[in-house]
Design a protein around this ligand. Structure first.
Ligand code: FE2
Length: 607
């Protein structure tokens, strides 16, 4: 499929507050003329689907009754200096920036090598992986079935969505974070898509094009060297301040301490909020009152009983892994540096029990030199390395209690749950094989969900596959995190990263001797119809309710009709019966992780 560049007008009258390192400032409306996205998808939806505040669709949404989620503080006065600079970028852009952009163009046009399919935008951004423009809150009028009352709240999903046409290579992980939110109240539904206003986003907004090279694909050979030098020049000239981070916030979200945060592991969290109108605004970059540096995993864990948040950050310099805990009040404890992690590795997820934190030390490792002499990615595979699991007491203040157990062939990148059983730890996670294809040829990867039992006394590890299907991107009832649970809802890779449906797993079938296939319910979305990761929403807050008493929600997209939907499925049904379906006003690209926040769990954002 040919990539076609097109200018998509996008404007918004919303003025989100953005702050960095505690300093907040207001941002002027985006420069409509500069909003350029790739259009590699033949949308069946009309152009109006990429709506703006002034579009008819949005205009109608403004007239409807507001759906209260939280009290909105009044917007602060517009920062005139910022406004003027942004709206006259063409006239006032420093000569240094113009020169840097010219050098960037030269690199892309005359030095860059031909692209591999895994980083060629024509393939990576094909079909429903292609980016979309923003959509202001728009009412969804086509609702089939009945939306359960427990869904009053917000379902919001993150995903990569490059704002500008990539000048060179583009990996799936390289897109700017975009949040797609469905607001439900008393059966009325609104939908909204917004970019996370990261520091990178704002800098590129002001520059009118890409400023930072793509991390997973932008550094390669002489072009990589040249781009590295160009980044250094931009920093030296004051055009980019790396202390503000360069992350994309494109992976997931967490709701903690009255903050809804968009996450990407290469940067600090970004606090966002959902307005009364269903809009999604970025409030700023959050460093836990100056106690968090550089980044945080996109998969923190919250103990539903204690309210604590557990997380980690990893990087290329020792200690390669830092673990930390945050009290329910939001107060972060000091990092626990893990110096027994001997090599910088890609640690995308972990797991916690009531007693322990479990970290994967996988065969996906950091290879900074490969950015120049390899395939241009800072992360690659090391098949000579034996994967390990690191087990640390969850309230550890240093790593003296850390135990490592080797688990050959086990590389997990997403966990579902973990719990303690006597002297054992039980971990449910998806193992990816062959590991060398994870970043470059994802469609060749088979992901097997496994029950892994680790005996802490002997170090013996027992692994049991729970299904023969290719299953990834799963979730359990959040009430059971850190405790023994029975059910999981997982996406069917067909092949990955595309998802053709979902299954429900019953872990008890493994205990009763039917370990080969624990799938007890499934739903395929239909021919040419694919979805994203499911999320489980309990029917009630009753702590005695059955574990599977609730609904599984997910976005789907029909590549034949071009229609995207929000599906609500009965988690107790053997067919995961669809009880409600909402046709969305625009295309929703395939993405990564999301969550649902009930109205009753929302409180005014503390930021
Ligand atoms: Fe993830």
């Amino acid at each position: 499929m040919e990539a076609i560049s097109s200018a998509a007008s996008m404007a918004s009258s919303a003025r989100p507050f953005c702050g960095y390192n505690g300093v907040k400032f207001s941002v002027a409306p985006r420069h409509p003329r500069r909003m350029v996205v790739l259009n590699v998808q033949t949308d069946a939806k009309p152009p109006a689907s990429t709506s703006t505040e002034s579009s008819p669709a949005t205009g109608s949404s403004k007239k409807r009754a507001a759906i209260p989620v939280e009290e909105e503080p009044p917007l602060k006065p517009l920062n005139v200096r910022s406004f003027a600079r942004e709206n006259s970028a063409e006239l006032t852009r420093p000569l240094t920036a113009v020169v840097c952009n010219a050098v960037d163009d030269f690199i892309n046009n005359f030095i860059d090598k031909p692209l591999r399919p895994s980083v060629d935008p024509r393939f990576v951004l094909a079909g429903n992986f292609g980016p979309v423009g923003e959509t202001a809150p728009t009412e969804c009028l086509n609702v089939q079935g009945t939306l359960p009352p427990c869904l009053d709240g917000v379902y919001i999903r993150n995903g990569p969505n490059p704002r500008y046409v990539p000048r060179a290579g583009h990996h799936l992980f390289d897109g700017d974070g975009m949040l797609h939110a469905v607001r439900i109240k008393d059966g009325r539904v609104t939908f909204c898509s917004r970019f996370v206003r990261t520091y990178k986003y704002i800098q590129e907004d002001m520059a009118g094009g890409p400023v930072m090279p793509n991390v997973f694909s932008g550094f390669y050979s002489f072009a990589g060297l040249a781009r590295g030098a160009l980044v250094a020049a931009r920093v030296a000239l004051g055009l980019f301040d790396p202390s503000n981070g360069g992350g994309l916030a494109n992976t997931s979200l967490v709701h903690f301490d009255n903050k809804l945060m968009a996450l990407g592991e290469s940067d600090l969290p970004y606090v966002v909020r959902v307005t009364n109108e269903g809009d999604v605004e970025t409030l700023g970059r959050y460093d836990f009152d100056g106690k968090l540096f550089m980044g945080m995993t996109a998969h923190p864990k919250i103990d539903p009983e204690t309210g604590e948040l557990f997380a980690f950050r990893y990087g290329p310099v020792p200690p390669f892994l830092n673990y930390f805990r945050v009290a329910p009040s939001g107060e972060k404890e000091p990092d626990v540096g893990i110096l027994s992690m001997l090599q910088p590795s890609f640690i995308h997820d972990f797991a916690i029990t009531k007693k322990y934190a479990i970290f994967p030390d996988t065969q996906i490792v950091m290879k900074p030199l490969d950015m120049l002499v390899g395939e241009g990615s800072p992360i690659g595979s090391d098949k000579g390395k034996v994967p390990r699991l690191g087990i640390l007491p969850r309230y550890a203040t240093n790593e003296s209690g850390m135990k490592w157990v080797e688990v050959p062939g086990f590389n997990f990148f997403h966990s579902l749950n973990a719990w303690d059983e006597g002297d054992d730890i039980v971990l449910i996670a998806a193992n990816s094989y062959p590991v060398e294809h994870i970043l470059e040829r994802t469609h060749l990867v088979h992901s097997t969900v496994e029950k892994v039992r680790i005996n802490l006394s002997s170090g013996i590890v027992c692994r049991t596959p729970l299904s023969s299907k290719c299953l990834e991107f799963g979730v359990v009832n959040g009430r059971f995190l850190t405790k023994k649970n029975r059910y999981a809802y997982m996406s069917i890779g067909s092949p990955l990263p595309k998802i053709s449906g979902l299954v429900k797993l019953d872990f008890e079938k493994e205990e009763t001797g039917d370990a080969e296939e624990c799938v007890v319910a499934s739903r395929l979305y239909g021919e040419r119809c694919f979805g994203s990761e499911p999320f489980f929403v309990p029917r009630s807050s009753d702590l005695n309710a059955e574990e599977d008493e609730g609904y599984v929600v997910a976005y789907t997209h029909d590549e034949g009709t071009g229609v995207s939907k929000f599906l609500v499925m009965d988690a107790q049904s053997p067919t995961l019966e669809i009880v409600a379906s909402v046709e969305l006003p625009v295309r929703v690209p395939y993405g990564f992780h999301g969550l649902f926040v009930s109205d009753k769990d929302f409180a005014p954002t503390r930021f």
